[in-house]
Structures are given as C-alpha cells and as structure tokens.
Ligand binder design. Structure first.
Ligand code: NA7
Length: 536
C-alpha cells in the first residue's frame, strides 16, 4: 500500500522538527514534490516532545529562531530572553501556519524502515502501520536527541505509581502538587525539572549518579524597548552567530586563563557568572576547554560557587563533579537549582554511594533504604546522535545496514552523507558542527538544498560521497577532536549511554573544528562543483 497516493515523490523527509520544517520549505521552493513523515501528532520535534516542567532554551531566544524570513523575524515576538517550551512550540506552530507546511506532512507515523533500491535509485520507507512510500531522496531530519532512553534498572515495570520520561511528558501535564516525587538523573533536563517542581511537590528525592557543573541562566522577560531593539538588529545578531565557532552570540575570549593574574581571572569569571546564557561556557578563556590546568582553575571557581549556594557542606560536596572538568559536558544552565537543596522537602541521594538496586512497586530500593513515591520521573536522557538512526532499519545497496556500519564511529562526508548510502541526506547527523542548533540546521539545509538543486539542474538522480572524501573527512574530524577535554568524557555528545547495549564506548560524534571552519569546508565543496561526489 502507498501511504500518500499522490504519485512520484522527489523527496521524503523524516521528522517535522526545526530541521524537517525548514527542509520542506526549501525543497518546495525548488519545485520538488516532498512529503514529511513525523511520529508526533504535530510539528515541533524536540519542542513537541519535551513538555516537562521548566523546559526552556539555554540559547538567547532571538538568536535561536529561524533567520530565513525577514517577515517572520519582524512578526514574531519572543516573550523572554530564554524562551519556555510552550512559547517555542507556539512559535513553531506559527511558522508551520505561515508557510502552510502541514499540507505536505503526515503526522502520527513513525518510519520503521528505509531501503534503497539500486535499480531505480529510490528509497522506500515503511511506516509503523505497514504502509510504504518512496522517493529518490531521503532526508533524515531525526534530531540528535530524539531517541530517549529509560534506565536499565531491574523491576522498572513493577512500579505502581505514575512513571514518566521527561521526553514523554503528558500533554495535559502531571499533577505533582503535594506528591512524593522521585527523579533519576541530574543532566540539563533534570536540572530544569528539579528547580521548577521543587516548590510544588510534597517531597522530592533526587537520585544522582554523576553531578554536573551548572551556571546561572539569568532569564528575564523581554521589555518593549528591547523587543524593538532586537527586531532592528537581527542582521547583526545572525552575523555575530556566523562568526563564532558554536553559532551562539558568545565568542571565546582570546586570552588564556594561565596568562592573566589570579585577580583578573577571578574578576572575569565573576562577570561571566553574572551574565545570561552560555558565555561562561563558550565565551570563556580560550584554554579552559583544552588545557587541564586552566580547566582545573575554572572548575575550582565553579565549585566555590556551589559551596556558597548550598547550605549543608556535605550536600554541596556531593553536588561538585569530581570526574569531569567544568564545561567538558554540555553545560546545563540553571535558575536557583543549587538552592533547591536548601529546601526541607528536597533530598539528594548519591547513588554512587548507595546504588539503586531495583525499582519496586512502591518506589526505589537503594543499597541503604526503601523509598516510596507517587510519581517517578526519568530524566535519563537520550541515545544521542546515532540513536535515532539505529531505531530505523536503514539499508543501502546490497542490503547493507547503517546500524552495522555505525557500530563504531560513523563514516560520513561532512556529516551530511553516510558512506555507502546514496541519496540519503542527513541534517545534523554525526560529524557536523553543533552548537546553537537552528543556526547549524539552517546552514546544513541550505547546503543540501544547493546539492539537490545541482542534481536537478544536471538531471542527476543518484549522489554518493567518494570513499576518499569520506576518508579525508574522517581524518579531519578526528584531528579536530583530538586534545579537547570534551572528547574524553562520557556523555551523549561522545555517544555514551549505559542504558543502551554496546554504547559504553567513547566515539567522536561531532565536528569540533567549529562552525566557521565547517562552513568554509562545505562551502568550498559546493563552489568547486561537488567534486567529492559520485553522481548518477
Ligand atoms: P543527559 O544530559 O544525558 O542526562 C541524563 C541523566 O540521567 C544523567 O545525569 C545520567 O547520569 C542519568 N542517568 C541515565 N541513566 C541512568 C541510570 N540508569 N541510573 C542513574 N542515572 C542515570 O540528558 P538530558 O536529557 O538531561 O539532557 C540532554 C540534552 O538535552 C542536553 O545536553 C541539552 O542539550 C538538552 P550519568 O551522567 O550518565 O551518570
């Protein structure tokens, strides 16, 4: 059976998040026949699924929205400097309405398989209801953080209360008022959840395996004057994002922490700590994420802040990371997170000290005691970057399985094409620059659109990266990651998720040469006529 029934498609896009929505817009401009398949019941991707209390940007709202339409930029008003999930979802719905995107979207369909047919150079996808559809091009806009993972703790299904992963928070919300709540995890998601629900719940128990460094977000409402100023300066804002290696407005400080005096260092860090956003992470001294000595000093500064903010010194020490330095994992931003542990109704349980033995019908049993809960929240994260690909049975020519190819480190060209998988174009696959995600997305989508335009103009129906180009890119990706403290630490960014079999080994899943260099490299490939590709 054919799901669409509208004749030959040029392209199928999987995912109606920020990436899929924009790719559809661009391919329509080329006059292509496109269909988008989305598992959710509406647009929004990450912002559709992650409805947990306190979900919001850590990027400045006005640097995060789409930049492609000046009209849209002038029409839309972000209420806060760091937008909350409901407003972000409202924004994405506004975009979908404005550009009439839903017309080519099929919702409530999870793509379970995608197979390439060599004879016709077409991809056939299969949906969870068994229906199929096919097109020449397959664009995977799956999101790097869409495959959520539950903790692999014995007895997980025996819990009698309400259990919920943060990425599957119910639309209608969960009533936590006065309830006994347990939460597993202390990543960026958990931190936002914990600081938001702590005041409302009866009692909150936080099960922490690895503490994380976190810095203040300093969110506030956007005033009317600010709104005007923002609208008048979008060109400069996006130009600034283009000049930084992470596409945030914050740029690395050219100084080294070890070159300046202790007073100067302290003063700079105090200033960054008092400023909104990721400045303290990606606008820090240039050696902080590279040089272990500089990193240790920055970590000490952050530890001091935790000790100042948490009343009980024993709890404060537990909240200070010991096994990874400041900024070597994605830095969560917080609003009163550490002070939560000064509340009488909140308790921190260090599960390295007293490991969780099992989930029981009543709650959680650690090696030391039994806990009873009404609600159990899993803020246990995602099988990052490759997880969403692993969940789809993707097969190239000769039945070659992407999942097998990607058991180790993926082999890609520019992170946009996987070696051996013709006509499959990835938006934010492994080995692309990642930072302020919509900025990365727009650049990749524009680049892919250029490639597709080239194929259309030359009557080409098959594209694949040359093996030597893949080889070169792989070496470059590896070189860019070497020496970074970041790439030596377990996290979703390095592809480690101990809840997923086989995913306990560090991999390089990003391009760490920075967005500027990434853009230059990708730009040169296009400018020189796509010589790194084999076309058919
Ligand atoms: P993260 O950052 O991967 O955090 C997941 C958390 O859950 C982390 O603290 C984990 O501890 C913990 N976890 C996972 N599995 C278990 C088990 N089995 N037992 C105990 N604790 C566990 O995901 P987030 O959703 O917070 O953030 C993802 C991204 O979303 C973030 O980077 C932003 O870009 C937005 P661990 O550290 O593995 O010891």
């Amino acid at each position: 059976p054919n799901a669409g029934g509208h004749g030959d498609l040029d392209a199928i896009i999987i995912g109606a998040g920020i990436a899929g929505m924009y790719q559809l817009y661009r391919l329509r401009e080329l006059g292509l026949r496109v269909r988008v398949y989305e598992a959710g019941t509406d647009v929004g991707g990450t912002w559709y699924w992650n409805r947990y209390p306190g979900a919001r940007f850590d990027s400045e709202s006005w640097s995060y929205g789409y930049s492609f339409s000046k009209e849209l930029l002038q029409e839309w008003e972000w209420p806060e400097h760091f937008s909350a999930q409901p407003d972000t979802l409202r924004y994405l719905n506004y975009v979908a309405d404005k550009f009439d995107l839903r017309r080519d979207m099929r919702f409530g369909h999870r793509v379970t398989a995608a197979h390439f047919d060599t004879a016709t150079s077409r991809w056939t996808i299969t949906l969870d209801n068994g229906e199929q559809d096919s097109a020449h091009l397959l664009v995977t806009a799956l999101g790097p953080l869409s495959a959520y993972t539950l903790p692999n703790i014995p007895g997980r299904d025996s819990f009698q209360g309400t259990a919920c992963h943060t990425a599957r928070w119910p639309r209608e919300g969960l009533d936590l008022k006065g309830k006994r709540v347990g939460i597993i995890g202390t990543g960026a998601t958990a931190i936002q959840t914990i600081q938001t629900i702590a005041k409302e719940v009866g009692h909150l128990t936080v099960f922490q395996r690895t503490p994380n460094w976190a810095a203040p977000l300093h969110n506030r409402k956007i005033t009317e004057e600010e709104q005007k100023a923002i609208k008048a300066s979008y060109d400069e804002i996006f130009e600034r994002c283009r000049q930084t290696s992470t596409c945030f407005i914050h740029n690395t400080d050219p100084r080294k922490a070890l070159e300046v005096s202790a007073e100067e260092r302290e003063e700079f860090w105090e200033k960054l700590y008092a400023e909104p956003g990721f400045g303290i992470w990606v606008g820090n001294f240039q050696d902080v994420l590279v040089d272990p000595e500089a990193n240790a000093l920055a970590s000490e500064f952050m530890a001091k802040k935790i000790r100042q903010r948490v009343r009980d010194p024993k709890v404060a020490e537990k909240l200070i990371p010991r096994n990874h330095g400041f900024g070597t994992r994605r830095l969560p931003l917080e609003s009163g997170y550490f002070e939560v542990y000064n509340q009488d109704n909140v308790r921190l349980v260090d599960i390295l000290e007293t490991p969780i033995e099992r989930i029981t019908p009543e709650g959680i049993r650690t090696s030391a005691e039994d806990f009873a809960f009404d609600v159990l929240i899993y803020a246990t994260g995602f099988d990052g970057v490759t997880g969403p690909y692993d969940r789809i049975d993707i097969r190239g020519p000769g039945g070659r399985r992407l999942k097998d190819d990607w058991t180790g480190t993926p082999r890609t060209f520019l992170g946009m094409l996987a070696e051996g998988f013709p006509n499959m174009l990835m938006v934010l696959g492994p080995h692309t620059a990642r930072g302020n995600i919509p900025r990365n997305i727009e650049e990749i989508v524009d680049w892919l659109t250029g490639l597709i335009r080239h194929m259309r103009d030359h009557g080409l129906t098959r594209v694949e990266a040359r093996p030597e180009a893949v080889e070169d890119w792989g070496r470059h990706v590896e070189k860019a990651a070497s020496g970074l403290l970041f790439s030596q630490v377990n996290s979703w960014q390095t592809g480690v998720n101990r809840n997923v079999e086989g995913r306990d080994v560090l991999r390089i899943l990003g391009y760490y040469g920075g967005a500027v260099q990434y853009r230059r490299k990708a730009g040169a490939v296009a400018a020189q006529g796509y010589r790194e590709f084999l076309f058919g």
